[in-house]
Design a protein around this ligand. Structure first.
Ligand SMILES: Nc1nc2c(ncn2[C@@H]2O[C@H](COP(=O)(O)OP(=O)(O)OP(=O)(O)O)[C@@H](O)[C@H]2O)c(=O)[nH]1
Ligand SMILES: [Mg+2]
Length: 330
């Protein structure tokens, strides 16, 4: 707006200056956000989906101990809850014991507790479209299927029929144009026939929630009382990790023992770039020892003496469990 009116010209000028200032600040904030995003190592995000009232929020609570609302009525969850869960890894436990480092960092998965889907969700039934939009943003899906009997817990279709329920959700996901890796989580103990060759974990979601609230010693005691060898939640996280095609490499020393997540097939410079862009830019070589060799020979020095620490170049495809020290120059 251009004006020569002496009364309002200064006001217009002021407004323009404020606007410019506003844009300038917005621009700065945008750049700060961009830089922050670059430094932030995003973990894989998994959406928990399924029919209403099948135990999704209970599973989420168990996973994150975050206390998301879980209650016996359909559509109890409306806003998605997000929780970050570490991927249990006995190799990291071993390396941590060996180095006694200042910090130990496990790989993580972000779980999103999405609301229940119903038949017709892709056409807007339930709160369908909104939930489907959320599912579109995740890297993989954990599809919770109710297989437990309990007449106190309402089932939207009035009967427990896992195969039927799985079909309903899968049809809605397909109609909603969602084609993602899926890990089935059977809330109960019997794997439905239709899932024979699919990534599937069976667990008692309610029991897992109770276990997750206990201290380590009590938890192990209760697990052995129920005949559980491994936490169902750990198994779920590990299965998800594999299904999406992710692997871990490790950096290990006295300051820090850490798992880094990469896609299967990532070459050494790409893996280095996970740690810092400088590592990738100035990559010279990677000194690599397989985790099994580390354990076999006792430490890196002895593994090196045995010729088990390899010097790998930029075409090396990193393997799951590699302990890596990167040489770089910038
Ligand atoms: N007996 C039994 N009850 C369970 C189990 N899992 C969940 N429940 C109960 O079922 C009810 C529903 O669980 P939620 O976790 O809120 O279900 P949800 O899938 O998140 O439901 P929506 O958010 O409404 O879609 C709660 O009362 C839970 O305590 C289970 O394995 N066994
Ligand atoms: Mg819920």
């Amino acid at each position: 707006m251009v004006t020569t009116d002496p009364d309002i010209a200064p006001l217009v000028c002021d407004r323009a200056r404020n606007q410019n200032l506003f844009f300038f600040h917005t621009k700065i904030l945008y750049h700060i956000a961009k830089i922050t995003c670059k430094c932030y190592h995003k973990s894989m995000q998994i959406g928990i989906v399924g029919l209403p009232n099948v135990g999704k929020s209970t599973l989420f609570n168990a996973l994150t101990r975050a206390g998301a609302q879980a209650a016996n009525y359909p559509f109890c969850t409306i806003e998605p809850n997000i929780g970050i869960v570490r991927v249990a890894d006995p190799r990291i436990d071993y390396l941590a014991k060996h180095y006694n480092p200042k910090s130990v960092i496990y790989a993580t998965i972000e779980f999103v507790d999405i609301a229940g889907l119903v038949k017709g969700a892709s056409k807007g039934e339930g709160l369908g479209n909104r939930f489907l939009a959320k599912i579109r943003e995740v890297d993989a899906i954990v599809h919770v299927v109710r297989a437990f009997e309990n007449s106190d817990i309402i089932h939207v279709n009035g009967k427990i029929d896992p195969d039927y329920d799985i079909d309903i959700i899968n049809i809605e996901l397909e109609l909603g144009g969602i084609d993602k890796p899926t890990i089935y989580c059977i809330n109960g103990d019997k794997i439905p026939k239709s899932l024979a060759d699919k990534p599937v974990v069976t667990l008692d979601v309610k029991l897992e929630e109770e276990l997750s609230a206990l201290e380590d010693a009590e938890r192990l005691e209760m697990m052995s009382a129920y005949g559980l060898k491994q936490s169902g939640l750990d198994l779920l996280a590990q299965t998800a990790y594999k299904t999406v095609g992710l692997i871990s490499f490790f950096t290990a020393g006295t300051p820090e023992v850490r798992a880094w997540t990469i896609k299967q097939g990532t070459k050494a410079p790409g893996a280095a770039g996970k740690i810092h862009t400088d590592f990738e830019r100035g990559f010279i070589r990677a000194e690599v020892c397989a985790y099994d060799d580390f354990v076999k020979y006792g430490d890196l020095v002895k593994a090196r003496e045995a010729g088990r620490v390899r010097s790998e170049g930029k075409d090396y495809v990193v393997r799951d469990g590699d302990i890596i020290h990167f040489r770089f120059n910038v």
